[in-house]
Ligand binder design. Structure first.
Ligand code: DP6
Length: 329
């Protein structure tokens, strides 16, 4: 229709090497801790946003199906942040497609809000720089603030208000080749029984380990930045594994416990230990789901993937991915 404008953006998922867990301000989405992530090339979201001058209400589809209820509300609430910044009245038609299973702890919400943030701002002709885009994506999904906007590695500064809570790219392996690979163990790709948002909030509210975890996360972040700058993959892997297990321990101590581990998860974690005993540099990280992501050297990716498959679990192999980009305007 005349006056309609549209844009398509693609954003890749990112997986935290130092995790974010919980917000100190839920409305502005200010996290308790800063976090650091790696963008993956293997999984992404592509979103087309059409800004319609005459549409009656926002329309949102994911993988061809119209969203309703809470998932739709989460997107329209996000669009409400973009709307007042444009000088035109109108509604959005948002069509997203995921190559990553949704809501299974595979970071689908990181790409699932970074792509709409970029497409919606381009469709409404809002010129946003990367910091502003990161801040906008953060309001849709916390982890979307990170490397989906940047590619490579990104650090999300917790900050203390809307202005100061944003992500920026961090260099990795300056002067030395640093090519980590992530072998994703697809333990279970169904929706998790407790969403990351609810699991994290319960952890903040009830886990006696939460405050100590905040302190240890700050120390992990400092060491991770050093290991990344030195291009030291074993250091990066070790810190990532202890940080993830610390987050899950904190969640397990919530009341009632927030437990994403399944027996198959533990089998994969055992396979990772076995690989290390055999001299292969492999380290595990997990998010709000039973799936395990294993950081290793590129040269070991086949060995690691074979060990995970031998433990009964399908795999996908991901390398460092690119920044979110506009593919059509
Ligand atoms: C556990 O971005 O899914 O993967 O939007 O609040 O649901 P909400 O958060 P989301 O957080 C995922 C957090 C995590 C750790 C991390 O990615 O840092």
């Amino acid at each position: 229709m005349a006056g309609d404008t549209q844009a398509t953006a693609t954003a890749h998922v990112n997986v935290a090497l130092v995790k974010y867990c919980g917000k100190r301000d839920t409305e502005l989405v200010i996290p308790w801790t800063s976090s650091l992530s790696m963008t993956l090339d293997a999984f992404w979201t592509t979103t087309t946003v059409r800004f319609c001058a005459e549409a009656g209400e926002d329309q949102v589809t994911l993988d061809g199906a119209h969203l309703t209820g809470e998932p739709r509300r989460r997107v329209t609430k996000f669009l409400d942040l973009v709307r007042p910044r444009t000088s035109r009245a109108g509604r959005f038609v948002v069509d997203s497609a995921n190559t990553v299973p949704t809501g299974a702890g595979l970071a689908s919400s990181s790409s699932g809000f970074a792509a709409p943030a970029m497409a919606a701002s381009a469709a409404s002709r809002l010129p946003l720089d990367t910091t502003a885009l990161s801040r906008l994506a953060r309001r849709g999904s916390r982890s979307a603030a990170r490397s989906t906007i940047f590619g490579g590695s990104a650090l999300w500064h917790a900050g203390h208000d809307d202005e100061s809570s944003y992500a920026e790219a961090v260099p990795a392996g300056e002067g030395v080749p640093f090519e980590p690979v992530m072998v994703v163990a697809l333990v279970d790709t169904a929706h998790t029984t407790i969403s990351s948002r609810d699991g994290m909030q319960r952890t903040v509210d009830t886990s006696p380990l939460f405050r100590p975890w905040v302190g240890s996360a700050a120390a992990d972040l400092k060491e991770m930045r050093d290991a990344l700058a030195q291009g030291n993959p074993d250091g990066v892997g070790e810190i990532a594994e202890r940080n993830a297990l610390g987050m899950h321990a904190t969640m397990l101590a919530a009341r009632p416990a927030v437990r994403y581990f399944t027996p198959a998860t533990v089998t994969v974690l055992d396979a990772v230990l076995e690989l290390r005993r055999a001299g292969v540099s492999a380290y595990a990280t997990m998010d709000a789901g039973p799936n395990v992501k294993i950081l290793c050297h590129r040269a070991d990716a086949d060995t690691v993937a074979a060990a995970v498959r031998a433990a009964g679990c399908p795999t996908a192999v991901a390398e460092v991915g690119p920044a979110a980009r506009l593919v059509r305007t």
